[in-house]
Design a protein around this ligand. Structure first.
Ligand SMILES: Nc1ncnc2c1ncn2[C@@H]1O[C@H](COP(=O)(O)OP(=O)(O)O)[C@@H](O)[C@H]1O
Ligand SMILES: [Mg+2]
Length: 343
């Protein structure tokens, strides 16, 4: 198949996305597909566009080109009217399917998906409405609430409104403060007192206008991949120090990841059922991943969020969950495509 692998973009997770895209593109080529890696925002020049699906893609050269812009993206954004990079929509239109290796805003949040729907372009992952609802934690929480999905107590605060303290919304320290539409733990802060809280909301509001203030759940952390109504083996995430922040997510050796997680049968069934129901509540159809905590004091589970385009880097969680049932990385990429084509 002719597959356009889109990575990069303008979100805070740009760098992670480039790593996901590189791996995906190489894996798809190893399966014999005609895959092309492109940065959705930077695009490709006419020469590269004409060569796409004709000559074999030089993935390493493409990545070098994409990375050379890493420090200029913010500047470029100011000078650009359209999000779409040169020749990107034409490239996607020329492909049989687009593999979305994008994370975060303008990629995981439904806007790219909506454009493709209108253009009749096939893509991997979930539809635009589900993607948008999963990206925004304040919306996800409303849907989880409606479906009785267990989640930590929380409230949404807005930068333009009078400052709200945890005690005003019935929460005691510690609390977690995070941007509503973030990812990769960027902009998250554990707050143990008013001072931390002031810093936490300052950081979250530097990224966007809405933030979630959430009861801090002390305990164990898990993640569960879901495709359709099926949950894959549960993975436990245990950072050696601190919580599962950006550094612990992407630095090899910082976090002990155990898959299948050491949970008894009933607990495994329960967490998988919660993950499937949470994905259903948002209508997620592609391969998604539920982030779930287990409270130490009573072993109850709480859903934090659903990721509609989870990371596919070598250290990402999803590839490990599939490896536990004998599905290797390339097979996982193929499975993601097969599901998209079924839709
Ligand atoms: N309420 C909470 N209690 C304890 N830890 C939390 C809580 N919320 C988030 N975390 C920690 O922060 C990480 C990132 O939070 P998450 O809601 O998954 O946002 P992101 O979209 O950035 O991944 C989680 O993986 C977890 O380690
Ligand atoms: Mg998360």
């Amino acid at each position: 198949m002719k597959i356009a692998v889109l990575a990069g973009g303008t979100s805070t997770e740009r760098k992670v996305s480039i790593v996901s895209g590189t791996q995906v593109c190489k894996a798809l080529m190893s399966l014999g597909h005609d895959a092309v890696l492109a940065d959705v925002f930077l695009g490709i020049d006419d020469k590269a566009y004409n060569a796409a699906f004709v000559d074999k893609c030089d993935v390493d050269a493409a990545v070098r080109y994409i990375r050379s812009f890493d420090d200029n993206v913010e500047e470029l954004k100011k000078s650009r009217k359209s999000f779409w990079g040169e020749n990107i929509l034409k490239l996607c239109d020329k492909a049989d399917i687009v593999f979305l290796a994008l994370h975060g805003s303008n990629g995981e949040d439904g806007r790219v998906q909506a454009t493709f729907d209108l253009m009749g372009i096939k893509y991997t992952g979930s539809d635009y409405v589900s993607s948008a609802m999963a990206m925004d934690k304040s919306i996800s929480k409303k849907l989880f609430g409606a479906k009785g999905i267990p989640m930590p107590k929380s409230a949404v605060i807005n930068a333009d409104e009078k400052q709200v303290y945890p005690s005003d919304i019935g929460l005691l320290y510690p609390v977690m403060v995070k941007p509503c539409c973030g990812g990769s733990s960027i902009g998250c802060t554990i707050c143990r007192n008013d001072e931390d809280y002031a810093e936490g909301i300052r950081l979250a509001f530097s990224l966007e206008k809405n933030a979630v203030v959430e009861e801090y759940i002390e305990g164990r952390e898990f993640s569960v991949a879901v495709i359709g109504k099926k949950a894959y083996p549960v993975i436990e995430i245990a950072p050696k120090t601190g919580y599962y922040d950006y550094i612990n997510k992407y630095t090899e050796g910082n976090t002990v990841e155990t898959c299948p997680a050491s949970l008894d049968e009933a607990q495994t069934a329960e967490i998988q059922d919660i993950a499937v129901r949470a994905a259903e509540a948002l209508g997620l159809g592609g391969c998604c991943r539920a982030d779930i905590l287990m409270r130490k004091s009573d072993s109850r589970f709480f859903v934090l969020e659903l990721n509609s385009l989870p990371g596919l880097t070598p250290t990402s969680l999803i590839p490990q969950e599939f490896a536990a049932v004998g599905i290797n990385y390339a097979e996982l990429c193929q499975l993601i495509i097969d599901i998209a084509l079924e839709k």
